[in-house]
Design a protein around this ligand. Structure first.
Ligand SMILES: NC(=O)C1=CN([C@@H]2O[C@H](COP(=O)(O)OP(=O)(O)OC[C@H]3O[C@@H](n4cnc5c(N)ncnc54)[C@H](OP(=O)(O)O)[C@@H]3O)[C@@H](O)[C@H]2O)C=CC1
Ligand SMILES: O=C(CO)COP(=O)(O)O
Ligand SMILES: [Zn+2]
Length: 353
């Protein structure tokens, strides 16, 4: 008897375009959300978007509660939950980059409330996904969470954000190539659950982005449009898979370890991009696609070396040799690289001198 079942949860409304910041209230009405919202944001996105959106709500007679978080931590999730309970809110709106959206997503899951995703930077592919990514001591959890009921992505805001945030989003997408290689490897060696549809969507998203690399230029609002669509598509791949596997392999483990070894040195997307150069080489050797990944990153001004990331060569080696321990996710790193092998791949790919 065939007993397999799946439950894919996706946003009901996706609104993308110039000036759609003004549509958040309309989306709330369309979803029949009642009561008071809690806006979860971080310092810069608060100024850029959360305060103006709050003014729209106030003009309509709804006074949002607002909580501003500084870092993506489980303590921040708890704080948001406490504020939500104290302020008697009915739904959440995550307004910001990856940290604000992840925290809103996790808190809404805990509270069993809907949430809206309002990205202010095209910097990560968690905009739509049903996963939250939070560091916890020596490990980093990819936690099942509430997917957004709706996404409102204002390309005007995204295009005005610092250019490096957009190149970080591109690099997060380009890293899908190696994430899918790791996923297929884990399926072959460890029989992990695998979805061909999610893998194909994730790879195709990276391919479309690379094919449109010439449209991705600073100051062009069309760039924000191209990148945001790719970020959403990658998030949908994660939701179809019910895991971050289509978009997170060993290159993400490398980045998560850098977050511990060199906090705030570089953006998530930039770190995973450099990780992807390294792990593509590990998968396929010198003749494989590592050069294409490096050239694609370089063509959009994303970092390709330790220097570009602002970290030392030894930090790269430490991250490479230890990041397999971060979580129980089988990748090309297997049970860990030794130092000589790590130095070899990092030197041959030009990531370190
Ligand atoms: N759940 C998922 O599936 C995924 C989750 N992630 C997670 O997302 C996070 C990375 O996202 P990322 O967006 O890089 O991180 P942040 O949310 O930390 O944002 C990066 C920086 O951009 C700033 N910023 C955001 N919007 C604007 C704007 N419009 N103008 C100027 N500055 C702005 C933030 O300012 P400020 O410091 O003031 O807030 C911050 O300094 C990581 O925690 C990662 O693990 C990434 C991919 C997928
Ligand atoms: O960043 C992600 C996908 O781009 C997902 O992050 P995790 O590695 O925490 O699952
Ligand atoms: Zn990522």
């Amino acid at each position: 008897m065939f007993e397999k079942s799946t439950w894919i949860r996706l946003p009901r409304n996706v609104v993308v375009g110039h000036g759609v910041r003004n549509e958040v209230l309309g989306v709330v009405n369309d979803l029949h959300l009642q009561g008071r919202p809690l806006f979860v944001t971080s310092p810069t996105p608060r100024e850029v978007a959360a305060d103006p959106i709050a003014a729209d709500f106030e003009a309509a007679g709804i006074e949002p509660a607002i909580v501003t978080i500084e870092r993506a931590t489980f303590e921040a999730v708890e704080r948001v939950i406490e504020v939500a309970e104290a302020e008697d809110v009915s739904y959440l709106v995550g307004i910001g980059g990856g940290k604000a959206i992840d925290i809103a997503k996790l808190a809404s899951h805990h509270l069993d409330m809907g949430f809206l995703s309002v990205p202010t930077a095209a910097s990560h592919d968690g905009i739509v996904s049903n996963r939250g990514s939070v560091p916890d001591g020596d490990s980093r959890h990819s936690v099942a969470a509430e997917p957004p009921l709706a996404v409102v992505a204002d390309t005007g805001i995204l295009a005005d954000a610092p250019w490096e945030l957009t190149t970080a989003g591109c690099a997060d997408i380009i890293s899908n190539y190696t994430a899918v290689m790791d996923w297929r490897l884990a399926q072959r060696l460890k029989d992990v659950e695998y979805s061909e549809y999610a893998a194909a969507l994730s790879e195709m998203t990276a391919e479309i982005l690379v094919d449109n690399a010439d449209l991705i230029r600073p100051g062009l609002e069309e760039s924000a449009w191209v990148v945001t669509k790719a970020l959403m598509s990658s998030g949908v791949a994660m939701s179809i898979a019910g895991s971050s596997r289509p978009a997170s392999g060993a290159e993400h483990l490398f980045s998560h370890q850098l977050d511990r070894l060199a906090p705030d040195a570089a953006l998530h997307g930039h770190q995973v991009g450099v990780g992807s150069i390294l792990t593509a080489y590990l998968h396929q050797g010198g003749d494989g696609i590592w050069r294409d990944i490096r050239d694609a990153l370089s063509s959009i001004d994303a970092p390709t070396t330790a220097d570009d990331l602002g970290i030392g060569d030894e930090t790269v080696i430490e991250a490479l040799t230890t990041c397999h321990e971060i979580r129980d996710r089988y990748t090309i790193l297997g049970d860990g690289m030794n130092e000589r092998a790590a130095r070899d791949v990092a030197t041959k790919t030009g990531v370190i001198d």
